[in-house]
Design a binder for this molecule. Structure first.
Ligand SMILES: *Cc1c(COP(=O)(O)O)cnc(C)c1O
Ligand code: SF4
Length: 479
């Protein structure tokens, strides 16, 4: 008995079969076979602001064009958008289109960074074991194999590493990479408690087929490595590569099959954010991986105006499941410079999670997480020690990473109530805002310690310790 009529909605199955790219004047004669050719996609990927302006000049208003031009001037990343994504954008509604919001910056939407934002806000460089290998959790590590992507996302956490203003640096990078990769393998080999390697970047779609094979082989030759994940946004950005780049798909399949022989799980982690990104082309492309028994999981970012709406998020989750992708995480948007207009609040993440849970199979339901600034790792969004909706400050603990530390996340200021905005507008209030949050979090922790002392092995904190923890917290949040 289904009481909620929305649950009977099957529109997540209605995948677009349109020749949507033909709405862009320059591509109006591009047929489907050409569009599905991954080389055509790569060659026609938009990599310069001027190309965006040229493609748009006849289909958007002069005012919008100017907004884009000025937006690029202020953006901290290079532009890169595949024809697949560029063609999906509804240029009749460019201000609100979810793909435009993610990949094309506008001056008029720009907001000041949060005062507590730091450059590498997740502290990945600090946890860097060797260059390009982030080892924060005991049994898993993040191997940043390269620094280019199939697309450059405005919200990228790794804007400190990803993207470059020059277009033809790949050859130089690769030579450097081989040596760097070797150091990463050596580190992994000499660290026996590592079991799980995320191969990321950048984007593993950017690796050549023989590089996929080479990295896979190297990592599978390390006996204690039990799980490999290839992280790529590619299936969301250029799905047709899975249909037409046979060498790459075969190389990936080879690693998966070799892994299977060794009882090592090898899978793909991808990154869709909006149901519109999943078309009939996506379904056909992803089915290539499913037929080969390759598991694909999805990590989304919660983005204002894109998917911070329960109905859209439910649609995304159900549509992902429909094309055999496991929704794994939804991240509360990290504190990233120049992307303040894209962030949402922890409160909205928790509210959306509540609506999504129960709308489809539990094993197709993502976990909503905050990647705790300062290197706390991923925390359940709702698991904060304390959350002040007026100041937007939430405080997390991460006992498996560091049992003594508190981690702070800050909601975007323009979404706070006026009283909260006023407090942030006064720099002399900032320390007090954090101190209050710390005190409230410690009171909560103190309570929890009493209740579950034996389980959590928590050191008991007395009121006298508040000063210390407050300091380390404040240092953490200030980088
Ligand atoms: C996200 C992440 C991982 C993988 O974490 P899971 O929760 O297992 O997906 C590993 N290392 C780092 C540094 C990460 O940020
Ligand atoms: S694909 Fe991933 S790593 Fe690359 S720019 Fe986007 S979010 Fe960053």
């Amino acid at each position: 008995m289904v009481r909620n009529k929305h649950c009977l909605d099957t529109s997540h199955r209605d995948l677009s079969t349109e020749l949507f790219w033909q709405r862009v004047p320059a591509w109006k004669d591009v047929d489907e076979a050409t569009f599905l050719d991954w080389k055509w996609q790569a060659q026609n990927t938009v990599t310069k602001p001027q190309q965006v302006l040229d493609l748009l000049k006849d289909i958007v208003s002069p005012a919008f064009l100017e907004d884009v031009r000025e937006g690029f001037k202020g953006a901290s990343m290079s532009v890169r958008v595949s024809p697949y994504i560029f063609g999906l954008i509804d240029w009749d509604q460019p201000y609100t289109d979810p793909q435009r919001i993610q990949f094309v910056p506008l001056k008029s939407r720009f907001r000041k960074d949060h005062p507590l934002l730091t450059f590498d806000s997740l502290g990945e460089q600090k946890d860097s074991a060797v260059p390009g290998l982030t080892h924060r959790y005991s049994d898993k590590a993040l191997f940043l194999a390269m620094d280019t992507c199939t697309v450059y996302c405005r919200y990228c956490t790794r804007s400190y590493a990803v993207g470059s203003n020059t277009q033809d640096y790949e050859k130089i990078q690769l030579r450097v990479n081989r040596m760097r990769w070797q150091r990463a393998y050596d580190y992994i080999r000499s660290t026996p408690h590592l079991e799980d390697i995320v191969i990321s970047g950048g984007d593993t779609y950017q690796l050549k087929a023989d590089q996929v094979a080479e990295i896979g082989e190297a990592l599978l030759s390390i006996p204690h490595v039990r799980r490999l994940r290839w992280a790529t946004k590619g299936p969301a950005i250029m799905p047709m590569k899975l249909l037409t780049d046979h060498d790459w798909v075969d190389a990936l399949t080879g690693v998966v099959e070799q892994g299977r022989k060794q009882n090592v799980e090898v899978c793909v982690h991808t990154h869709f954010n909006h149901p519109k990104e999943i078309t009939d082309i996506t379904q056909r492309s992803l089915s290539v991986l499913f037929q080969r028994g390759i598991t694909v999981r999805n990590q989304s970012v919660l983005i204002r105006g894109v998917n911070d709406d329960p109905e859209i998020m439910k649609m995304l989750v159900k549509r992902l499941a429909y094309v055999n992708i496991h929704p794994y995480y939804v991240y509360v948007h990290d504190l990233v410079s120049g992307a303040e207009d894209l962030r949402t609040t922890v409160g909205s993440a928790v509210a959306i999670e509540k609506q999504v849970r129960g709308s489809t199979a539990g094993f197709k339901t993502p976990t909503f997480v905050v990647d705790a600034p300062g290197g706390g790792g991923k925390r359940d969004a709702h698991s904060y020690e304390h959350y002040n909706r007026e100041t937007g400050v939430s405080v997390y603990r991460s006992p498996a990473v560091n049992p003594d530390k508190l981690y702070y996340y800050c909601d975007p200021i323009d979404l706070l109530p006026e009283s909260g905005q006023a407090r942030w507008a006064d720099p002399s209030e900032h320390d007090r805002i954090i101190a209050e949050a710390t005190e409230a979090a410690l009171a909560n922790r103190h309570q929890e310690a009493h209740e579950r002392k034996s389980l959590l092995h928590l050191p008991m904190t007395s009121a006298n310790d508040v000063e210390d923890v407050e300091m380390s917290g404040a240092i953490e949040v200030l980088g």
